[in-house]
Design a protein around this ligand. Structure first.
Ligand code: G3I
Length: 405
């Protein structure tokens, strides 16, 4: 991986982190009093009790929601204990990297679906939905890209990729992140769009082109824009840029149906940021779009070393965030970016200074339920059941089981 990539990710991460930690008075965002109780994170008396033994996918399904996680082929193909737990807890699988350009495109004229197909088959065999991530991104592009793609052939390269990949998985995909991280205010453009090869070669309309091409190739998958955004004041412009982009795409008749919100959260949330975030979700839903939380995890890098304290703080963030998110009926799915602390990108990208293993996910490294798991279960259990799904063949596979905990 290049140093540039790392720098970009770190910067992006700090924006994501900061996005849920500041105090906010967002102009234009309706003032809403939260109806959910937010308790102090450090509160040692905070109750994370969960009733029953049901798995997260079942608790989510009982409220018309989908729960699942990201994983790579290497884990699911080799770690049988992890795989068994993944099947129990998850109703949807998203490949962490196997559907990115770096994995699918060994050379300009070749597609390699080997690992993606294995994961798609794995999901379907085990009664899980399968999610696509991602058709268009400014990162994870193969080495050959910079020497091969230019303003003359970019449109053809982009549409060929989308037609081939979305066409290959048509009928097997619940939802596609058609365009990933298209908004990056830190890149300095007045419209807040990410400066990427696609933008440079094709202009701002590359986004609409990608969605139109994906829709032609797969008429059934839910088509999503996937963005990293939170409720902090640092994200005021980011939220505005995303809403403006969504409005523009919809006014052009672009076939976009959902916003994915990554949700790599910092270790502390403020009520003010959550209130602003609630308003943002409402604004997105007002555009008649669905919302998916696509990459949820909690970065514990700066939290206390003591696991008891740290796990409580992480769990508090999970429950507070999800309680707000699940108030919005447009939210249809929650995915964590990994399931077990044994396999998390934060071990590499956000290690702790004290070198203690990071604990950002619902299961610990031994696959045991942590308080973060309880927090998720409680948020699902406490959510109201008033959701509707966009019809999708994958949703009628009987995989969304209506079981009560
Ligand atoms: O597969 C190679 C392996 O062959 C090689 O030995 C190894 C050496 O570094 O690298 C491996 O590839 C790495 C790959 O993850 C698989 O582990 C890449 O270098 C590394 O860049 C890649 O990082 C992924 C990153 O996206 C870039 O694609 C992370 O695992 C993945 O968690 C992260 O996910 C992103 C989402 O796609 C978008 N949102 C943010 C999220 C976190 O950054």
């Amino acid at each position: 991986m290049s140093k540039n990539w790392l720098m970009t990710r770190r910067r992006a991460l700090w924006f994501g982190l900061a996005s849920l930690t500041g105090i906010v008075t967002q102009a234009g965002c309706r003032a809403m009093r939260p109806s959910y109780p937010i308790q102090a994170l450090e509160d040692p008396a905070r109750d994370f009790t969960v009733l029953g033994e049901a798995y997260l996918r079942e608790r989510a399904a009982a409220k018309g929601l989908i729960y699942g996680a990201a994983s790579g082929y290497d884990k699911l193909a080799s770690d049988t204990k992890f795989t068994a737990r993944f099947i129990q807890e998850c109703g949807i699988l998203v490949p962490e990297g196997e559907l990115k350009w770096t994995a699918l495109r060994p050379s300009p004229d070749k597609f390699d679906f080997t690992l993606g197909d294995w994961l798609s088959e794995f999901a379907h065999t085990n009664g899980m939905l399968f999610r696509g991530h991602t058709l268009v991104w400014n990162q994870s592009l193969p080495e050959w890209f910079k020497d091969t793609v230019n303003s003359k052939n970019a449109e053809q390269v982009l549409t060929t990729h989308i037609k081939t990949v979305a066409g290959h998985y048509a009928g097997k995909i619940h939802s596609w992140d058609v365009v990933n991280e298209s908004v990056s205010p830190e890149h300095g453009r007045p419209d807040g769009l990410t400066v990427s090869p696609w933008l440079n070669f094709l202009g701002v309309d590359y986004i609409a082109l990608a969605f139109r091409t994906a829709r032609q190739a797969d008429p059934q998958a839910l088509l999503c824009l996937n963005e990293a955004v939170g409720g902090g004041k640092e994200d005021n412009f980011r939220r505005k840029a995303i809403l403006t982009l969504l409005q523009r795409l919809l006014s052009q008749g672009t076939p976009i149906q959902a916003l994915g919100i990554e949700s790599h959260l910092g270790g502390r949330l403020s009520n003010a940021d959550l209130t602003t975030f609630r308003g943002f979700l409402h604004d997105v839903a007002s555009l008649d779009l669905k919302i998916l939380i696509t990459e949820l995890d909690v970065i514990d890098k700066d939290l206390p070393l003591d696991i008891n304290v740290r796990d409580r703080m992480v769990a508090g963030v999970y429950e507070d965030y999800l309680s707000v998110v699940l108030e919005e009926p447009a939210v249809i799915a929650i995915l964590t970016w990994g399931l077990s602390d044994h396999y998390t990108w934060h071990s590499t990208y956000n290690p702790r200074e004290d070198k203690a293993p990071v604990r950002p996910l619902p299961l610990d490294a031994q696959l045991k339920r942590k308080l973060a798991w309880n927090a998720m279960a409680r948020a699902f259990d406490n959510a109201s059941r008033h959701r509707t799904h966009i019809p999708n063949p994958q949703l009628s596979h009987g995989t969304i089981r209506e079981t009560s905990p």
